[in-house]
Design a protein around this ligand. Structure first.
Ligand SMILES: C[S@@+](CC[C@H](N)C(=O)[O-])C[C@H]1O[C@@H](n2cnc3c(N)ncnc32)[C@H](O)[C@@H]1O
Length: 214
């Protein structure tokens, strides 16, 4: 169901369709983890995150929040680099594996990145990291994601996000574009968009919380 379809439905019907859509996404993700190691779980921290954390002009370690952490490879990496890390994932099985991987070095919470108010994640955070979580979130939950991060962002905070473009999906609602992020993340600047190296459209987006707006 895309947003144009959704606005044509009566409220109750729309709410039900949106809940069904969220449940379908959740079940699909749970199935991936139940079946074994999902294809995205490479165990390798991407060079783009390493560059941000260790490269020229890297910020000093502060507080980081990872959205859709999977089995915790990158939460563990950030914690090793001195960051105080909280990581969130929707799927319990992934969260259990992430907790084993990070031990006491980071907090891993089971919950919805679009409903951070329901979790113990007051922030503020200096860094948000999202490796292909947002691009799979149903359209009606994306404002919740953006406002949750915005409320928890320290002045000048960064959001490093990897996402698949809409062309990479069979359905009409998944995927992310630079235009969408610019429109949705009010009070943030999209400071960099770098295409990924995959055979289909992928992007590394860097957003900065506008210090004046914070
Ligand atoms: C493509 S996987 C990537 C996982 C991890 N970032 C990695 O690279 O290994 C997307 C992850 O986001 C999680 N996810 C999807 N929607 C979510 C949501 N609304 N809240 C929290 N996690 C979510 C999924 O359970 C899954 O672990």
């Amino acid at each position: 169901m895309d947003q144009a379809d959704a606005v044509r439905l009566p409220d109750a019907e729309r709410a039900r369709a949106e809940r069904d859509q969220e449940e379908a996404v959740r079940r699909e993700l749970e199935d991936y983890y139940r079946a074994g190691r999902p294809p995205w779980d490479t165990g390798v921290t991407p060079p783009e995150l390493v560059a941000l954390v260790e490269g020229r002009g890297a910020p000093p370690p502060g507080r980081a929040l990872e959205l859709g952490c999977g089995t915790g490879t990158n939460a563990a990496y950030l914690a090793r680099r001195g960051w105080e890390v909280v990581a969130v994932d929707l799927v319990e099985r992934a969260v259990r594996q992430a907790r084993e991987k990070v031990g006491a070095a980071a907090r891993v919470l089971c919950g919805d990145a679009t409903r951070l108010d329901e979790l113990d994640v007051p922030g503020p955070y200096d860094l948000f990291f999202d490796l292909s979580c947002y691009c799979g979130i149903p359209p009606h939950r994306r404002d919740g994601y953006a406002s949750g991060l915005t409320r928890r962002a320290a002045p000048g905070a960064r959001l490093l996000m990897f996402g698949y473009g809409p062309e990479a999906f069979d359905d009409p609602v998944s995927g992310v574009t630079a235009e969408e992020l610019r429109a949705r993340f009010a009070g943030w600047d999209l400071v960099d968009t770098t295409p990924g190296t995959n055979p289909f459209p992928t992007f590394w987006f860097t957003l900065r919380r506008n210090a004046a707006a914070a």
